[in-house]
Design a protein around this ligand. Structure first.
Ligand code: ZN
Length: 124
């Protein structure tokens, strides 16, 4: 065991503000956000603890831990959110020069459809 073992061993949160374990020594029902995502879950509650470790280059790092029993599937988007996302995507396909909706997203460099951009290039 390295020095981090003692330094970050605090399951009763006596020294840290939330229960803390050294890297890889947390109870198995507590998962990091990335681990939950790998399981198709998302945290729906505040963190139940954290793991801490010392990175030689970056210093002390932490990752919050979430109780897997309190996690669930990603929250479904509301109809209004879906509509607003679709409208935003649609706006990125409408050419401001010819006003046509294209099947592709307009290039942010050209700022118009390729037909209009080609026309301008030919006229130049
Ligand atoms: Zn156009």
């Amino acid at each position: 065991m390295g020095r981090g073992y003692v330094r970050f061993w605090d399951p009763d949160a006596e020294r840290f503000d939330i229960p803390t374990w050294p890297w890889k020594l947390a109870p198995s029902h507590l998962k990091t956000r990335d681990q939950l995502v790998e399981m198709g879950l998302r945290p729906h509650q505040p963190p139940a603890g954290q793991v801490m470790w010392n990175n030689k280059k970056l210093g002390v790092r932490r990752a919050y831990l979430f109780d897997v029993a309190l996690a669930g599937p990603p929250k479904a988007r509301s109809a209004a959110q879906v509509a607003s996302l679709e409208a935003a995507r649609r706006r990125r396909r409408i050419c401001p020069t010819c006003g046509r909706e294209q099947a592709y997203y307009l290039s942010t460099a050209l700022k118009e459809c390729t037909t209009c951009a080609d026309g301008l290039e030919a006229a130049a």
